[in-house]
Design a protein around this ligand. Structure first.
Ligand code: H79
Length: 616
């Protein structure tokens, strides 16, 4: 049984704010039964003993680029782009939308296919697109390979509804291949958006025929992986909806994710591969919003438009300013997130000039005086509270305080400390003014002697000493006792050492081939040795139920059966001291998940590593 990687992901309820998207937590744990996809594309067999979690996305080499690169370009390009956001109806009225135009304007299928036949993005220039991304400071690109309209932007062999076979475009061209080449040449990662929801494939809406669609979807994804070697897959259209009905289930997501990781174990995959829950894919996908604080239990990336549409809309000139966009990027990074900023090429394949201009201005800011240090390779500031006057990110032993409001009256910028740490030096990037740092009240006062360096954000670099950390531990994991009942009763069937509490047994897996996928329980026990003396946040991701004791005290009590859920506890821990820990977990039915993470002001969120866990 091969093991599968699958990261934590969390449910951002706010990202599901649209009525069409139901709260994922309301989904039944058990998916309705349906015929499995035919063998040719069947995922490898899952069953007792399968664990889909092989790494910790917070620390894995696999996801390292994604955690460092921070800033990407989203490209919405499809046959909707050919309409440029406007559709003239038979009665002469004009209906407006962008990538949803077929559905929102009620364009009959035959009509839509007819207009698609004229699609000729002859001016699509992969080098120019990559240059626009590069000039912005972006380090990865995610392009729609297929949006909800079902039209493939590469010469797929699966059907004729694609840019080579149904267009007026040069049949010798393949824009995804062109983009791959240009991205590789520029050292930029390339990923593909792929919509599960499909308005064109007639087998899609009916659960009886859906497996036939699923087989074609798998074949298309295999083409993408085999032919273009993407770094990332960005799914969408996973939610329950109608017109057309969407039969996608969490169980389908489990199988698709396993299938893809079998094709390429290095893929980074977003949480919409499943049902956008904390346990789906590698990372969460807030859309058109930035979470107000670091996100629990998963990596994340906010996707956002430059104006008010994803696809090209010729009537939409409501562009965000470069200052707003740059500040959004800073806010996102300072909460350990990525920023995926969209461009929508026009019918000829040209990226709108107002987009190019704003991206260039962002890049100019990032390239000036090393200000990009606040973004690339940086993450949640942690040591301090986020101030009202800007954002604070951390990179190694430096904090980057990006002030969007600058004191004009000689007053100080205050930083509230979340733990004991020292500021050893401070400077303003791009200025030789003095910066006076004094301990004050609950933190530090920072008094720059001169003016702001620019109107977007002025970056103060603070060199910090976060205080001593104990050497890495020498542990090998906790003692794990596995029971073949959901009550932790009787003698454990298996007793062994478990390196990390990082498990995604999902529907069909379990801790061991000899343990059924339902009705089992697990107890972990031993010692937990932190490297810092701080208040740690312990975070569990569990389904069905979990309890955690530290030093004999019950700190997490999540024993009412639930969907994948996050629970947190604050515990004071002492560096180098071994605190006793016990975790009880039980699985009755449906999906099974159990993860244990920690974070502290000085420790970035991660699965608690084996070296800090001892079996006794
Ligand atoms: O690809 C982009 C969007 O097309 C897609 N996700 C991003 C990345 C997306 N699908 N659904 N949603 C976003 C949210 C749903 C919005 C809706 Fe509506 C509100 C659907 C119907 C009303 C917006 C307005 C879309 C059509 C009209």
């Amino acid at each position: 049984m091969r093991k599968r990687a699958a990261g934590p992901a969390l449910l951002l309820a706010a990202s599901l704010a649209f009525a069409v998207v139901p709260q994922a937590t309301a989904l039944p744990d058990r998916a309705p039964e349906r015929a499995a996809a035919p063998d040719a594309t069947a995922p490898e067999a899952a069953g007792p003993g399968t664990d889909h979690a092989t790494d910790d996305p917070f620390t894995a080499d696999r996801t390292n680029w994604f955690r460092q690169d921070r800033f990407g370009m989203f490209i919405h390009f499809g046959t909707y782009s050919n309409l440029e956001g406007e559709y003239k109806k038979a009665d002469g009225s004009v209906c407006r939308d962008a990538e949803w135009i077929q559905r929102q304007c009620g364009i009959p299928k035959a009509e839509y296919e007819k207009q698609a036949a004229t699609f000729n993005p002859a001016d699509f220039d992969a080098k120019a697109v990559v240059k626009a991304a590069k000039d912005a400071g972006m380090r990865y690109i995610v392009i729609t390979s297929k949006h909800h309209e079902g039209y493939a932007m590469w010469p797929t062999k699966v059907n004729d509804w694609n840019l080579r076979d149904h267009s007026s475009f040069d049949k010798s061209r393949d824009i995804l291949a062109e983009l791959k080449k240009a991205s590789d040449d520029a050292g930029i990662k390339l990923g593909f958006y792929y919509s599960i929801w499909d308005w064109h494939d007639e087998d899609f809406p009916d659960p009886a025929t859906f497996p036939k669609y699923e087989k074609r979807m798998r074949a298309q994804l295999k083409e993408l992986v085999d032919n273009y070697d993407p770094a990332l897959l960005w799914f969408d259209g996973e939610w329950d909806t109608d017109k057309p009905n969407n039969p996608w289930t969490a169980r389908d997501g489990e199988k698709l994710e396993a299938y893809l990781r079998d094709l390429d174990p290095d893929l980074v995959i977003n949480n919409r591969v499943g049902k956008r829950r904390v346990v789906d894919g590698d990372y969460g996908t807030p859309e058109q919003e930035i979470p107000g604080a670091p996100v629990d239990g998963q990596l994340w990336e906010s996707c956002m438009t430059l104006n008010d549409h994803w696809g090209f809309a010729r009537y939409d000139q409501n562009w965000k300013s470069a200052a707003t966009l740059t500040r959004n990027l800073l806010s996102t990074t300072s909460r350990s997130g990525n920023y995926l900023l969209n461009v929508g090429p026009d019918a000829r394949g040209r990226v709108p000039q107002p987009s190019v201009d704003r991206l260039k201005q962002m890049g100019d800011w990032l390239r000036t005086s090393g200000q990009g240090e606040a973004v690339f390779g940086a993450r949640y500031g942690g040591l301090v509270e986020e101030p009202a006057w800007g954002s604070v990110s951390r990179k190694g032993d430096k904090l980057y305080a990006a002030a969007t409001q600058w004191p004009t009256d000689g007053s100080a910028l205050h930083l509230k400390a979340r733990t004991d740490f020292k500021v050893t030096s401070a400077r303003v990037l791009g200025s030789d003014q003095r910066v006076e740092v004094t301990k004050s009240g609950d933190g530090y006062d920072i008094k720059p002697s001169g003016a702001a360096t620019n109107d977007t954000a002025t970056v103060i670099e603070l060199k910090v000493d976060p205080g001593p950390a104990a050497r890495p531990g020498k542990g090998k994991g906790l003692k794990q006792e596995i029971f073949d009942n959901a009550e932790l009763s009787g003698t454990p069937k298996i007793t062994r050492t478990d390196a990390t509490v990082n498990h995604a047994w999902k529907y069909e897996g379990s801790p061991d081939a000899g343990i059924p996928s339902d009705k089992f329980s697990v107890r972990w026990s031993g010692k937990l040795e932190p490297r810092r003396s701080e208040t740690y946040t312990l975070t569990t991701v569990s389904d069905d139920v979990a309890r955690v004791w530290i030093d004999g005290k019950l700190v997490i009590d999540s024993w009412t059966p639930h969907e994948p859920k996050i629970d947190k506890a604050q515990v004071k821990l002492t560096a180098g001291t071994r605190h006793s820990i016990r975790i009880d977990y039980a699985e009755n039915t449906g999906e099974a998940h159990m993860k244990l993470l920690w974070s502290s002001p000085g420790q970035e969120q991660q699965i608690i590593p084996a070296a800090q866990l001892y079996a006794n």
